[in-house]
Design a protein around this ligand. Structure first.
Ligand SMILES: *Cc1c(COP(=O)(O)O)cnc(C)c1O
Length: 379
């Protein structure tokens, strides 16, 4: 291809992707960002190899910016002062893998508990880590079944539990109640345990909710993973993980080749995405983030109400931006890129979704003839 053809191909791809982004309502990605000030950094071989808090021999890095991002998040998640650690990851999955890895190194004989509604990547990660596990039932709304958890913990009281909780499940955005789980552990007189929170989407919303859900360090988690490209928004998938520092110290190894410590999952690490997160935080601040959460909640309420008015049994979990409803058929799910699972689907009212888009979707829902009796019962 000559240069003109190459540029034409790129224009064509860019147009088609922009149009696809306009019609994407089913996946949790914010679309309202503009990182054009960061473009010059794409001309540098950035690499944050090694530990964000230990300087490396390689200096084309954004470690300082990465630490600022982590500091902001540590405060937001009420991490114990001077006793936390973390890094910017390639996404929520890596952060979850990391939390489980640290838990395994600290409690090599531990048993992992997680609900049926947990993200599909977790089973794979536990397989990679070769950790024994018990899947706990999920309630109808996607929250873990506390009675099933209690009974299972009771049977295995001699084994240290590693509890993987969801702060916003993938399909129904349900939040497991950390207060209830901590109380359960107390009642069962279980003293040693690790709690990891998967806050891929809602970790970035929960700090701004009233009532504030129990999910962070002050509430008793030992590690937490969040995605950066979901609620904050990023052109490149990313995220961050925060942990209590002693867990990280247990696995740290000093590596002379990089002049830093090997404390992360991958070797070379993205030096651009910390800039993305940093820029978003600087632009928005806590107030801006809180405002975005409010806007999403309002749009979710609007969407839920409009669907109900059409006679569609739509619902959502308390303070969720995900509206769940029965599968309306392939015409709509293809057009609006909606994920379907066991007869249900959802729209997620992410920042950057405007009323105009939602109204176009609602119009499609209203004009598509769906035999009401054929709605699968919500499970
Ligand atoms: C998206 C998601 C993940 C995976 O995060 P990635 O950033 O895509 O790796 C994990 N858990 C939940 C609940 C999610 O919604």
């Amino acid at each position: 291809m000559n240069t003109i053809d190459t540029h034409k191909a790129l224009d064509c791809l860019s147009d088609s992707l922009k149009s696809n982004a306009q019609k994407s309502l089913g996946y949790p990605v914010a679309k309202d960002f503009d990182y054009s000030f960061l473009y010059p950094f794409l001309q540098l071989p950035l690499n944050n190899i090694g530990d964000p808090f230990t300087p490396s021999t390689y200096k084309v890095d954004t470690r300082e910016v990465e630490r600022e991002v982590l500091n902001f998040m540590a405060q937001l998640f009420r991490a114990p002062k001077d006793h936390w650690w973390g890094y910017v990851t390639n996404g929520g999955s890596e952060g979850n893998l990391y939390g489980l890895y640290l838990a395994r190194e600290y409690f090599p004989k531990g048993m992992v508990y997680y609900s049926q509604a947990t993200h599909y990547s977790v089973t794979k990660n536990l397989h990679l880590l070769d950790m024994p596990r018990v899947v706990i039932k999920a309630q109808e709304n996607g929250e873990i079944d506390y009675e099933d958890l209690r009974q299972t913990l009771q049977i295995n009281r001699h084994i240290t539990p590693i509890i993987f909780i969801n702060i916003g499940t993938t399909m129904k955005e349900a939040k497991d109640d950390l207060k209830k789980i901590r109380q359960m552990l107390d009642e069962l007189a279980i003293e040693d345990y690790h709690i990891h929170a998967d806050g891929a989407l809602s970790g970035m919303i929960a700090p701004f909710l009233t009532p504030r859900p129990a999910f962070d360090f002050a509430d008793g988690v030992d590690s937490i993973a969040v995605s950066g490209h979901k609620f904050i928004g990023s052109p490149i998938p990313c995220g961050f993980v925060l942990v209590k520092k002693h867990l990280r110290d247990k696995i740290a190894r000093s590596i002379s080749y990089i002049g830093s410590e090997d404390t992360t999952i991958s070797g070379s690490r993205n030096g651009f995405t910390p800039l993305v997160l940093w820029y978003a935080i600087k632009q928005l601040g806590k107030e801006g983030l809180a405002q975005r959460a409010q806007q999403s909640l309002q749009l979710a309420e609007y969407t839920e109400n409009r669907l109900k008015e059409m006679g569609i049994p739509a619902w959502r979990n308390p303070n969720a931006i995900t509206v769940v409803f029965p599968d309306p058929g392939p015409e709509i799910t293809h057009k609006w890129q909606l994920a379907v699972e066991k007869g249900i689907t959802h729209v997620i009212l992410m920042p950057g979704t405007d009323t105009h888009q939602i109204n176009a979707f609602l119009e499609d829902m209203a004009t598509t003839v769906i035999p009401k009796g054929e709605f699968a019962m919500i499970d």
